[in-house]
Design a binder for this molecule. Structure first.
Ligand SMILES: Cc1cc2nc3c(=O)[nH]c(=O)nc-3n(C[C@H](O)[C@H](O)[C@H](O)COP(=O)(O)OP(=O)(O)OC[C@H]3O[C@@H](n4cnc5c(N)ncnc54)[C@H](O)[C@@H]3O)c2cc1C
Length: 345
């Protein structure tokens, strides 16, 4: 499948109306390598894309958008664990449903996160007290120049909060082609957030958690099919214990989560909300009225509009709290990814 100067609006959940020079889908590793080679011959930059739910197109992309559509799920088991091997192109929520339908628990807190399975380890997706690192066994990676395949163990992925080695050492010239998950047969519910805290840990089922998570997400987050967005635009900032103490002296109600490292995680949504920015608009770009952490495209916003709004939000928060927010969303310019913090500085 190949097209020319094609709109990418339907391929990014922000619904930004940009274009790419070419869009191709790869259903196998051979396809990926062939397309990569083709792009090298044409001297085109390549951007790998899954569901486009964590990217912001700042302008038209002057290269090949390579959609990773490697499918397939297989399951093996031993006495204690299920081992699930999933192609990078599998829909993430589809995988969560697949496992639950077959009585394999462990992914239920991560229901309804948009995107493809291959992207899940990249920012170590997380929600409602669970991050992918706690269920990831390995990640299969293809070096596109050489065709060499590597399997990284979970430890080698260097997972952190919305972070992994795939944002650094294995960012350019590598494709994630499959992810291995390990789900324990002795299941323990994670009920630390929101409505989940009301559930009875002795009697709750994985399905109830799944349903509760889906209901909370439907109630709180705008559906990208209706309002363009990429979920949380900024990461929750990690600050030093001293910065947190100073902030809490002035704002005792500020949500804060001490980390094992000694740092303290603050709630970016709360910080933005304190700047009275819910519903704030810049053209067709806006801060969501209920979720301050979500920036939305009200229709015809360009990537530039969203970036202007994000810069403003970031400055307001820094002025009030001396904390600089960092985007969670990846910024894409004409030649590929650019440093989002630099763009907003
Ligand atoms: C409504 C909404 C809610 C969300 N909620 C959450 C949430 O609760 N928790 C959370 O963590 N995230 C959340 N997100 C963010 C997003 O869903 C995740 O980051 C998701 O993993 C992105 O998957 P994707 O396939 O869409 O990635 P894409 O946006 O397609 O790609 C993201 C990055 O990964 C690269 N990439 C993609 N595929 C590959 C590959 N196979 N190999 C190498 N690089 C690749 C891309 O080049 C890009 O830099 C939300 C987003 C939305 C829109």
């Amino acid at each position: 499948m190949m097209m020319h100067a094609v709109p990418v609006k339907h391929l990014n959940t922000f619904g930004i109306d940009a274009t790419a020079r070419e869009i191709v889908a790869a259903g196998s590793e051979m396809d990926l390598l062939a397309r990569w080679q083709e792009a090298q011959e044409k001297a085109l930059p390549v951007l790998l894309l899954g569901g486009g739910s964590n990217v912001l197109f700042l302008e038209d992309f002057a290269g090949m958008l390579l959609l990773n559509r490697i499918m397939g799920i297989s399951v093996t088991e031993d006495e204690k664990f299920w081992h699930i091997h999933a192609g990078a192109g599998e829909d993430w929520h589809g995988l969560v449903s697949f496992t639950l339908d077959r009585g394999m628990a462990g992914l239920e807190n991560l229901a309804m996160i948009p995107g493809r399975t291959g992207s899940a380890p990249i920012q170590n997706i997380g929600a409602y007290g669970v991050e992918v690192e706690s269920v990831c066994e390995y990640v299969d990676l293809l070096e596109l120049n050489s065709g060499v395949k590597k399997r990284l163990s979970a430890a080698e992925c260097c997972f952190g909060y919305r972070d992994s080695i795939f944002k650094r050492d294995y960012r350019d010239g590598y494709a994630i082609v499959a992810v291995g998950f390990i789900l324990s047969k002795s299941w323990h519910p994670v009920l630390t957030y929101g409505e989940l805290t009301r559930l009875d840990s002795e009697r709750v089922t994985p399905r109830e958690i799944f349903d509760t998570v889906c209901a909370m997400r439907r109630a709180k987050l705008p559906d990208p099919a209706i309002v363009g967005n990429a979920g949380s635009f900024f990461k929750n900032p990690l600050v030093s214990a001293e910065t947190a103490r100073n902030l809490l002296r002035k704002y005792p109600d500020a949500p804060h989560y001490p980390q094992p490292t000694g740092e303290v995680k603050l709630a970016a949504g709360w910080l933005i909300d304190q700047c009275a920015m819910k519903g704030f608009r810049y053209g067709a770009a806006a801060v969501h009225e209920k979720q301050a952490l979500v920036l939305i495209n009200r229709g015809q916003a360009t990537g530039g509009d969203i970036a202007v709004l994000a810069r403003h939000v970031r400055r307001q928060v820094a002025e009030k709290f001396q904390v600089w927010l960092e985007p969670e969303v990846r910024f894409i310019a004409a030649q590929g990814e650019v440093d989002a913090v630099e763009v907003l500085s």
